[in-house]
Ligand binder design. Structure first.
Ligand SMILES: [Fe+2]
Ligand SMILES: [Fe+2]
Length: 308
């Protein structure tokens, strides 16, 4: 195992195509149900070596957000307020990409955007399932309710993952790792890393909670864009649903998961905050790259803040 060599990787070597594609292929292979004879799980490298690479990636992600997370309050009510405020002023919020998708993007622009987002989707249902292991009861129950919604409450047609696939089919996209920008792969790799490692369980709670918190505004604007270019209500249902349902999910997540977990142990606040900020920072990198790809030279270096 090349731990010493790997630990010297610069952040440029981590936030790039080759590194993120390798991690993405490893995640795809290692999480697939397999036979004992396939235990190694991937051609990308030995499991121990890949875990070292993943650790280096997590360290780089934490470095970006550590000081902001340290500033988060540790009192439960104050922490929930701090967390809730991320919807307005967290990294990547109010990005001008989304009003543009709603009002101006062509069908092909929206199709490309969706393809990138779909490839970067790590499977919210599985992330919740992996995160809930050994959680305190009140939090675990809310994760279970959230998971059950993801499962369409037992009805295959209501399952969120396949609903996303339905839109992909309607748009004629088939997302691949090689056809996806590294920023989107990094988002999925980060979510998978936090959900699969128990020492990042509180991070994963923050990252999943901040998705529920920030998804509705973006989902509404993406749905507006899809409607404008002629995608049917049935096909864009995934986004219409999340524009509404995630408002409720977020309220419940804050009340039943974030608040009680911090009240039980204030030391968790910092790590829940780091997880949330890591997720938002990964999203911000995606939106920067998407604007560059979709707008070309017309892309401003930084998004102009939109009225809240
Ligand atoms: Fe969902
Ligand atoms: Fe949700």
């Amino acid at each position: 195992m090349s731990q010493n060599i790997s630990s010297e990787l610069s952040s440029e070597a981590v936030f790039c195509d080759a590194f993120q594609r390798r991690l993405a292929r490893w995640n795809r292979d290692r999480l697939a149900p397999a036979f004992p004879t396939e235990a190694a799980g991937s051609n990308e490298g030995l499991p121990a070596e890949m875990l070292v690479l993943e650790s280096i990636f997590l360290t780089a992600l934490r470095l970006d957000v550590a000081s902001a997370a340290m500033a988060a309050p540790t009192d439960a009510d104050a922490f929930v307020s701090w967390f809730d405020e991320l919807r307005v002023s967290g990294p990547g919020q109010q990005d001008t990409l989304f009003p543009w998708l709603a009002e101006q993007a062509s069908f092909d622009d929206l199709r490309w955007f969706f393809e990138q987002e779909a490839a970067g989707e790590a499977g919210f249902d599985d992330l919740v399932a992996m995160t809930q292991v050994k959680m305190p009861i009140r939090a675990k129950l809310e994760l279970a309710r959230n998971y059950w919604d993801e499962m369409g409450r037992g009805n295959a047609k209501g399952m969120h993952g396949p609903m996303l696939g339905l839109l992909g089919t309607a748009l004629g996209v088939s997302p691949t790792i090689d056809g996806t920008v590294w920023e989107s792969l990094a988002l999925a790799n980060a979510m998978t890393a936090m959900a699969t490692r128990r020492e990042f369980a509180w991070h994963s709670i923050g990252a999943l909670g901040v998705i529920e918190l920030t998804a509705p505004d973006r989902a509404r604007l993406v749905s507006d864009g899809l409607r404008r270019v002629g995608v049917s209500g049935k096909d864009r249902h995934y986004f219409d649903l999340h524009a509404v349902l995630d408002v409720k999910h977020s309220e419940a997540w804050n009340r039943e998961v974030i608040g009680p977990l911090v009240a039980d142990d204030p030391a968790r606040a910092r790590f829940i905050a780091e997880g949330a900020l890591i997720r938002l920072t990964c999203g911000e990198r995606c939106y920067d790259r998407y604007r560059q790809m979709l707008w070309g030279a017309a892309a401003p270096a930084k998004p102009v803040a939109q009225a809240a």
